[in-house]
Ligand binder design. Sequence first.
Ligand SMILES: Cc1ncc(C[n+]2csc(CCOP(=O)(O)OP(=O)(O)O)c2C)c(N)n1
Ligand code: SF4
Ligand code: SF4
Ligand code: SF4
Length: 699
Amino acid sequence: MACHNFSFLEKYDMLANIKSGGTFLLASPFEPEEVWEKMPDEVEQQIIDKKLKFYVVNALKLDHELNLGGRINTVMQTAFFKISGILPEAEAIEALKKAAKKTYGKKGDAVVKMNWDAIDAASNAVKRVEYPAQPAGKVKKPAVVADEAPEFVKVVTAEIMAQRGDDLPVSKIPNDGTWPTATTQWEKRNIATEIPVWDPDTCIQCTQCSLVCPHASIRGKVYAPSCLKGAPETFKSVDAKGVIGKAFPGFKYTIQIAPEDCTGCGLCVQRCPAKNKADPSKKAINMAPQFPLRTPEAANWKFFLGLPEADATKLNPTTIQGSQLKRPLFEFSGACAGCGETPYLKLLTQLAGDRLLIGNATGCSSIYGGNLPTTPYCTREDGRGPSWSNSLFEDAAEFAFGMRLTADKLNGYALELVDQLTAAEQAPAALKAVAQKIKETDQKSGEGVEAMRTLVAELKRLIGDGSCCATCKSLLSVADYLVRKSVWAVGGDGWAYDIGYGGLDHVLASGRNIKILVLDTEVYSNTGGQASKSTPLGAIAKFAASGKGQMKKNLGMISMTYKNIYVAQVSLGANPAATVKAFAEAEAYDGPAIIIAYSHCIAHGIDMVDGLERQKVAVETGHFPLYRYHPELAAQGKNPLQLDSKAPTQSFAETALKENRFKQLLKLNPDAEAMLQKAEKQFKDNFVMLQALANLPQS
Ligand SMILES: Cc1ncc(C[n+]2csc(CCOP(=O)(O)OP(=O)(O)O)c2C)c(N)n1
Ligand code: SF4
Ligand code: SF4
Ligand code: SF4
């Protein structure tokens, strides 16, 4: 029996099925002398009772030394063969090396060598643990969820998390299919072996770490110094400075990590632009082993969550810092560590989460967005947050459109009733005044939406139970629809470019206020990486085994031809400021909008820690140009198309080879180089066309 992640000892009954006298191999961040002090007593008792042969291998150390990027499978396989004795050791090592060459040969010699090094090192690193006759009595297995979790989470969610979902009686399951939100916070997956540690003195308070984190596990807050009363001893803070300091003079600033929710993907550290002057190898956040930090940082995280939210009106919400000081309403999803899709969704919830309705296509975003047992969409303090549902793969645009039409119909009806109120002679003056203000309130901005909420609350207060007249009674039932709803259809490129394209086009052509977010991984990620019409020329994917033969479909350009659709191509890795702006503009635009968001993915065959860098390269080669097409600019006599990236400065044919999806082409297709050159030329031509469009004089 092998356990490849130390934290699983706390979560699962790893040794339930091991035979007496069996062998247990643990990937441990601890050496044999110290591991007994760190494991839960319950696990140690099983080891003692079953008289197990117990081995550890410090896979984390090897991962670091050999630069394995978190992939410890080869280390663990080698350790298995070493201690199982199935084959003589030398023979096993030879067979493993042969298998590594066969498996990773396509990925290049460097990857093969890395695996061979891992095999040699692991063989020496696996060590037997001589354990005492008693558990150490230092660590107890924690409860599945914390005691302060809501009743439903304890009774239903926790049971599914503990793999006992099959035993739940049907009577405990919600009978209308509605599941509570904000439940990922109770999972505490603890899967990161390393987490970021913040250095307040080096930090330049740019909040980019928060922006790019796929898991909402690193956040910033600005607050009055008095809030620090009662802070845990290790809680860090610093005077707010720069843009944030200007907006909040005399305030304190903190970047805090959620140690048990962080996946250890490293994207935040990769993105951090600040350098420690004393030690330039260090940034303002640096990775360090999670285990010793877990307890103190968990206390800090709890304290951090209790700090008040900043006054959102003091910073422009369409900027990076302005968006990042708002609480994300999408957190700790089960997406792959370092996923390129999730930061966009998180950003959307920061900009409009309080009024968001999402119709989600099937794909990765429906799986991490709403699979059981937990839900990553959550609410802000007043209980407002996104409403989310998934219907099918192919119908998300139409599904969301239904939400739009419903919200519009109810809004129209509510406004009719408001009109009746203002016209009614017998209506009290105070009620009429509120009704009049409701009619005049502009809800384009978040502030306008909040103003409308206050008016609706006042309206409801004045109406009371609605027994005064039929108009008030009806108005009470639909008054909430006076507040603007932001309706989005969300899905991947498989949905948007291919299977759901007919509906997507139809919905965009409706001219209604409906938004589309395409999380563009350029393949059907959730089902293992099949080619879509978004897959670029030359990329290897399933159903394109010798490289995709056609260019990537230009969905943005097609959408622009309608002239009244807001269209943006964005990349958080390449231009985060333009990304935030595009989301804010699309959301505020009173018409259809589509955002195509470049999303790196495990399916690209990259080291996920380099995901943002790969995004940047995709933009700098012209593979994924950035722009915003805003119909309102045309109405002002300006060119509606603004480019957010420059003409290609790097060779696509060369840089593409850093991604296995392109690199494999060299081995699998004799025309590989010509294909990549052709793609490079077409990307360049495409940019020239975009530039020409962006420079067209307007009549
Ligand atoms: C009509 C239909 N065909 C196929 C599927 C299986 N399926 C579910 S998700 C998915 C891939 C989704 O890919 P994409 O839209 O690119 O989203 P991603 O997973 O990349 O985010 C497929 C093929 C389905 N659910 N329905
Ligand atoms: S390591 Fe990854 S998951 Fe953890 S805080 Fe950084 S970006 Fe978020
Ligand atoms: S990215 Fe670095 S410099 Fe910017 S806020 Fe985060 S820790 Fe500070
Ligand atoms: S497969 Fe790709 S898109 Fe899906 S969760 Fe993983 S990284 Fe994200």
